[in-house]
Design a binder for this molecule. Structure first.
Ligand code: GSH
Length: 254
């Protein structure tokens, strides 16, 4: 059994999609990131970065004690190695996929996260919206560029790593499915990225992807009051070493 420390966000869904694709049994352990559960000592002992997702595999590859892993890219690589699925074994095929896994982790995810922040959240935080203009331009421009990079790749290949569906597609899809809404200032158009659109629909039509996307969705559906929303913003968008030190020290004491 694999415990998945999870909240229904794009990074969380990468893991449920892969587990569904592999048919591995798993149990969702909710980590309500808006309520601060990512700072609980039990979670920090698994994930020192206070971010979900993370997993504990109770029947790990190589045997022995349960194995804890954080960072979605490392988790997907591990699950691919454990099952022998969705990551080719030959060096060319393997690195064709892994380069896109790292591209998603280092580029698409962080840039879309920041574009989303500046476009949709930051206006509730700053006193003067004109202060957001540079951040919006910078991150929306980067998302547009990255969507173009993906589109070029998908104009000559069926999937990101070539002919085969791999963890590169699973790690990228939960973000790329809404890239049209973040890649331009108006938002909403797929016109510039027809090949990404084709691939989003194709990957999204897989039964395992649909199940992985739906898993745990009820967790994020609670209606919040204005005060609760503000408290969540304060918690999520004001983190520093000093603000998280106490939680980290408590976790280390164990
Ligand atoms: N690079 C990490 C990113 C994880 C991440 O940013 N998770 C967010 C939710 S999507 C989180 O846990 N946020 C909690 C917080 O900001 O305190 C991964 O891919 O696993």
């Amino acid at each position: 059994m694999i415990d998945v420390y999870f909240w229904p966000t794009p990074n969380g869904r990468k893991i449920t999609i892969m587990l569904e694709e592999c048919g591995l049994p798993y149990k969702i352990i909710p980590v309500d990131i808006g309520a601060g559960e990512q700072f609980k000592p039990d979670f920090l002992r698994i994930c020192p970065n206070n971010r979900m997702p993370a997993i504990i595999d109770h029947d790990p590859l190589g045997g022995g004690e349960p194995l804890a892993i954080f960072e979605s890219g490392a988790i997907l690589e591990y699950l691919a190695e454990k099952t022998g699925k969705f990551l080719p074994q030959d060096p060319r095929g393997k690195y064709a996929a892994l380069q896109w896994v790292h591209w998603q982790m280092a580029n698409l995810g962080p840039m879309m996260g920041n574009a989303n922040h500046f476009k949709n959240y930051a206006k509730n935080i700053v006193d003067d919206e004109s202060k957001l203009e540079y951040g919006q331009r910078r991150f929306i421009g980067e998302v547009d560029r990255l969507a173009g990079v993906m589109d070029a790749q998908l104009s000559v290949h069926k999937f990101l790593a070539g002919d085969a569906y791999t963890i590169a597609d699973m790690i990228t899809w939960p973000w790329a499915m809404f890239i049209n809404r973040l890649a331009d200032v108006e938002g909403g158009s797929w016109e510039e990225y027809p090949n990404v659109k084709r691939w989003v629909n194709e990957v999204g039509s897989r039964d395992a992807v649909k199940r992985g996307q739906k898993a745990g969705e009820e967790l994020g559906k609670k209606e919040l009051t204005k005060e609760e929303e503000e408290a969540r913003r304060n918690l999520l968008f004001n983190q520093t070493n000093a603000s998280v030190r106490k939680a980290r020290e408590a976790a280390l004491k164990g």
